[in-house]
Write a protein that binds this ligand. Structure first.
Ligand SMILES: Nc1nc2c(ncn2[C@@H]2O[C@H](COP(=O)(O)OP(=O)(O)OP(=O)(O)O)[C@@H](O)[C@H]2O)c(=O)[nH]1
Ligand SMILES: [Mg+2]
Length: 190
């Protein structure tokens, strides 16, 4: 995809701020620190979303508008034990409120940390996404940190246990980038 223009187009911290927006959307879900904001920056080849080595960097839902037509939605991370309980409860509610009202979702991307695998909070998110009947793509992040054989095992497990198709990805190389764009381009076709 030849992208000409990107910009931050909205930041939402609670239900009352959530917009009624008809534009096509790609949603990025995953635990805190899994690499959602980094993935968005990597596939757009620019530093739009803020990232941090500390979990709980993105605490709002952020819309990034691509070429005036497509919204990449960077979701706040869930499921990190060291994030304050009240904050993680607020994030969980924000995600479920958003899922109640969001329109025109073309693809839900669920990020899983290659080193940690699929954990209970991921299952909770997967259940919510399945209920909404969104097309789903799973991405195994930080693939530079584990051996290829381990990545392959995780891909097989996700397919066997949940019927999910997973792509290995790392911000340190071009691995997975083209395949991710193939999915996104397919998802946004009318
Ligand atoms: N080695 C390696 N580090 C990565 C990769 N992707 C992300 N990281 C690092 O992981 C940390 C977390 O990345 P973020 O993109 O901020 O994670 P996030 O999922 O947006 O986290 P929250 O906003 O807290 O939900 C940062 O220090 C990134 O540099 C990767 O592919 N390989
Ligand atoms: Mg983030």
């Amino acid at each position: 995809m030849n992208i000409k223009k990107t910009r931050l187009a909205g930041t939402f911290f609670n239900q009352s701020q959530l917009p009624d927006d008809e534009r096509p959307k790609i949603l990025f879900f995953g635990r805190s620190n899994v690499g959602k904001s980094s993935l968005i920056n990597a596939i757009l080849q620019q530093k739009l979303a803020k990232t941090s080595s500390r979990p709980g960097k993105t605490l709002s839902i952020n819309y990034y508008l691509i070429d005036d037509q497509l919204l990449f939605t960077d979701m706040p991370g869930y499921g990190f034990a060291r994030v304050a309980k009240s904050e993680s409860a607020r994030v969980r509610k924000l995600i479920s409120d958003f899922l109640q009202t969001v329109r025109n979702v073309r693809l839900a991307v669920l990020l899983i940390d290659s080193r940690r695998g699929f954990l209970p909070p991921d299952l909770d998110t997967l259940d919510q996404i399945i209920k909404k009947e969104f097309p789903i793509l799973t991405i195994l992040t930080k693939s530079d940190k584990i051996p290829f054989s381990q990545q392959k095992n995780l891909v097989t497990q996700l397919h066997r246990n949940f019927g999910l198709h997973a792509i290995s990805f790392s911000i340190k190389s071009a691995t997975g980038k083209n395949e991710i764009w193939k999915y996104i381009n397919e998802a946004i076709k009318e």
